[in-house]
Design a protein around this ligand. Structure first.
Ligand code: F6R
Ligand code: ZN
Length: 187
């Protein structure tokens, strides 16, 4: 039987205590996401920085799961560090992203190609409707830490975003994040 629990989440580090699982992504594992391949290779060669970590509190016998994502600050060329981005396998499943610290943008794209962004900063809980692809982007100088919350079996569908990219990019222009069209988006 699953028992109730109080799970401590550190708003600055994203540590989850107790946690059930975690994984990390180094930049080298995100090949193909960024536009500037030369800058990508140079940054990987220069120490292959940790891009993000995901920590879960997830039990298969529960319908609800939550956890944190901790994103390092950084850029590849003028593009900020980002997550892979995905739809959920179960298309009826939405999600929330509640930012604890840092600043970023949540980039969303519907199945039929509408795009939106939602600001990520402490106090904002982003609502991700069912069947919108979502990618988070750390546009700040510090870690971006957010708590996500979704159905345990929502699943991840990465294929379409990995193959085609997203319609929009978030780049630094004059020291500020700007959302632009992705010139290499494959229809
Ligand atoms: C789960 C979810 C987050 C992300 C995490 C990493 O549905 O949206 O836990 O999985 O922020 O992003 P991806 O999985 O896109 O690399
Ligand atoms: Zn998700």
């Amino acid at each position: 039987m699953l028992l109730p629990a109080g799970v401590r989440i550190d708003p600055n580090t994203g540590a989850v205590e107790p946690a059930t699982a975690s994984y990390t992504k180094r930049l080298s594992e995100l090949r193909g996401l960024f536009q500037d391949r030369q800058a990508f290779d140079a940054t990987v060669a220069d120490g292959d920085p940790l891009a993000y970590e995901v920590i879960d509190y997830r039990w298969k016998d529960s319908d609800l799961a939550f956890g944190t994502t901790i994103m390092a600050p950084g850029k590849v060329g003028d593009e900020y560090f980002m997550t892979r981005g995905h739809f959920h396998e179960r298309r009826e499943c939405g999600e929330t992203y509640y930012t604890q610290s840092g600043e970023g943008l949540l980039l969303l794209q519907s199945r039929d190609g509408e795009t939106r962004t939602v600001e990520m900063k402490p106090g904002i809980c982003a609502f991700i409707p069912p069947d919108w692809a979502h990618r988070s982007i750390n546009t700040g100088k510090d870690k971006l830490v957010f708590v996500w919350h979704c159905a345990t079996d929502a699943g991840h569908e990465y294929g379409e975003i990995l193959e085609k990219g997203m319609r929009k990019l978030v780049v630094e222009r004059d020291g500020r994040p700007e959302v632009i069209d992705n010139p290499n988006f494959m229809r």
